[in-house]
Design a protein. Structure first.
Length: 338
């Protein structure tokens, strides 16, 4: 009898949750539709007089008062401004995704750069970001970090990001510069041991997975490799389902050293020959450090055929304006050279 009850409970729970999800989506789509149309009505009734800043402000304030009187809350002056911006940003309703909520669009419409906004929009859809996840990626300047990750962002990369979001077609597409661990709450100058950093990242594994990017699954930490009675330990091992590869991460608290690269190369060779099965692609190694010498790396990595990458990490959100200016500088240099 108990088994039959459990079966019925599971079926009913699944049914109710499906209906709730469907209703929630329908309500959200209706809200987006209404707010877009309110924005359309406001813009279509503007002219050379009420489009002026002060006059337009008074018109919206009056409209807000009247709508609040007839319809209740939700039609404040600020909300009407956002509805107007929403329509101005997406003048064709077909451009709006049913996968995104009004709260998502509230974050997206304040992004002035079209390519940047389209990137975040695509990533919200492709990676099923919640609004909180979107806010976090905006705060940590994911778009700029991806553009700077290979040191030479270009117009093609910008176009690709805006059209498709982040595409994982090759191992280098995984890499960001820098990685941001602000979710750990560690002060920048606080000394920390590698094992403590690893422990904190595992404790905040959901946030760490979000920072790593799409398709990552956590396999384990301190994965042992034994060779000739000597034990080696990989700090953290993940698997990426899109690239079908193990991803090995080594954490370094100081500047990157040449021997760190040699050790990661050993790990990669071992995983490829011993751990991989026939369906796995070559493993990927990422060494995360506080600083790195690009000249030293150029010599140390020369001749290594494995997928071995290095990047830096920081405990605080990078200076957004500085990242944007770095991207603009490299893009401008690229345009001048073409």
């Amino acid at each position: 009898m108990l088994e039959e009850n459990n079966k019925m409970v599971n079926e009913i729970t699944t049914l109710v949750n499906e209906v709730k999800s469907k209703l929630s989506k329908e309500i959200n789509n209706s809200i987006v539709y209404v707010y877009w149309n309110i924005g359309r009505i406001i813009v279509s009734n503007e002219n050379e007089y009420n489009n002026r800043l002060e006059y337009g402000k008074e018109v919206l304030k009056g409209l807000s008062n009247d709508l609040t009187k007839f319809l209740g809350k939700g039609y404040s002056y600020t909300n009407l401004k956002y509805m107007r911006i929403f329509y101005k940003t997406y003048p064709e309703f077909e451009e709006i995704s049913p996968e995104l909520s009004w709260t998502h669009y509230n974050e997206l419409i304040i992004i002035k750069d079209d390519a940047k906004r389209k990137f975040y929009e695509k990533e919200c859809i492709n990676s099923h970001w919640s609004v909180r996840e979107l806010q976090r990626q905006l705060d940590t300047s994911l778009y700029e970090r991806l553009l700077l990750s290979d040191g030479k962002p270009n117009k093609e990369k910008v176009l690709e990001l805006s059209k498709k979001g982040q595409v994982l077609a090759k191992p280098s597409d995984l890499i960001k510069e820098p990685y941001v661990f602000e979710f750990l709450g560690i002060k920048e100058q606080k000394p920390l041991l590698e094992k403590d950093l690893e422990y904190k990242l595992i404790k905040h594994i959901e946030d760490f997975l979000l920072e790593l990017g799409k398709g990552f699954m956590f396999v384990g930490s301190q994965q042992r490799i034994t060779l000739n009675n000597t034990n080696y330990y990989v700090d953290m091992v993940f698997y990426n389902k899109f690239l079908k590869s193990y991803v090995l991460i080594d954490l370094k608290m100081n500047n990157l050293k040449a021997e760190n690269l040699g050790q990661m190369n050993l790990y990669l060779n071992y995983f490829e020959q011993v751990v991989n099965d026939e369906n796995d692609n070559k493993p990927i190694g990422i060494i995360l450090c506080t600083e790195k010498d690009n000249v030293m790396m150029e010599f140390a990595l020369n001749g290594i055929s494995n997928n071995l990458f290095t990047s830096t990490y920081t405990y605080y959100i990078p200076d957004k304006e500085q990242l944007i200016s770095e991207v603009e500088k490299v893009l401008n240099d690229n345009n001048e050279n073409n």
